[in-house]
Design a protein. Sequence first.
Length: 381
Amino acid sequence: MTRNNDLAPETLAAQALGFVDPENGALVPPVHHATTFERPPGGIGGPGFSYSRNDNPSYTQVESLLQRLEGGDDALVMASGMSAVTAPFMALAPGDHVVVQNVMYWGIRRWLLTFATRWGLDVEFVEAEDLDALRAAMRPGRTKLVWIETPANPLWGIVDLAAAAEIAHAAGARIAVDSTVSTPVLTRPLEHGVDLVMHSATKFLNGHSDVLAGALVTARKDDFWERIEQVRRDMGTVMGPQEAWLLLRGMRTLHIRVRKACENAQAIAEAMARHPKVGHVLYPGLPDHPGHAVAKRQMQGGFSGILSIRVAGGREAALAAMRRMTVWHSATSLGGTESLVEHRASTEGPGTPVPDDLIRLAVGIEHEQDLIDDLTQALDG
Ligand SMILES: *Cc1c(COP(=O)(O)O)cnc(C)c1O
């Protein structure tokens, strides 16, 4: 008999960890809509489920799969990627110093500069791709958390996770990684010494642009993890059973979707690099990308399904090309089956570090030639 422990990640995902309903043999789990569960009288604090702001069987099903795929000790699903981002910071205390990557998902940066700063966290931004800069930013004893995204929105900078983890730990800090873009298909950050992995499960994990969801996976269950669980429970940032069920359904096809998106993105990056109207292609799968060597070591089987191009002719030329696209849809988000384009500088507004000639391409799983042809005609004008 094959043991569950020996199975490849693809198999575990496709079979939702081999789920079979013990009551009726169903191969798909039910949605547990219950908000409350029978307990022995006076049974508060005992084992099992009690109330769905704490936990629910539909959350634990998808958490178990994600924990296995990331190789972690425990996982939590949350209402959104942002609730999974903010929970670890809220598990810290006012006055704690945190070191955060400079160019990364805009919403996190905005939250850190507003709420987290008002709340008393000492937030320091650093070009974390530069390990010397990261080392210099650490304040041993005061720095409690290092926050990295790799590849990082929307320039796709690559951070060497093993080296960054060593630097964080040498200063007595934990390190968390936003692995939304890599997914466990391409990178398993915990294997590189990272303490906490975060996902906007809205993106590749769910993969169908129809669920808002976040997740955290920890290397170990410690007091920090307990405080994170407390944030979810007491702030009520749980996912909801219907969303958890949809997320598990989406994750059954995770590997095949991510691989196809990576293949498409690589082909598009190579085609765009040859296009005369494209000034620069930012994609770690191209040998001229500054993070290529590290990405090759730390990402298996592809360089992600997302890239950016800088359009010769600047902002107006970029926007004009976007208006001519018919296959690519102009919309935010990434990791769905359909390909999306976005002018990030407009979305992020004043103060963004993103150049205004940049178009972000979130690649789906369509036929690659349709995607390349549409980009080419749009750029040719
Ligand atoms: C979308 C995204 C987030 C935020 O997630 P939501 O599900 O939108 O709350 C965080 N990090 C990255 C890299 C993202 O793409």
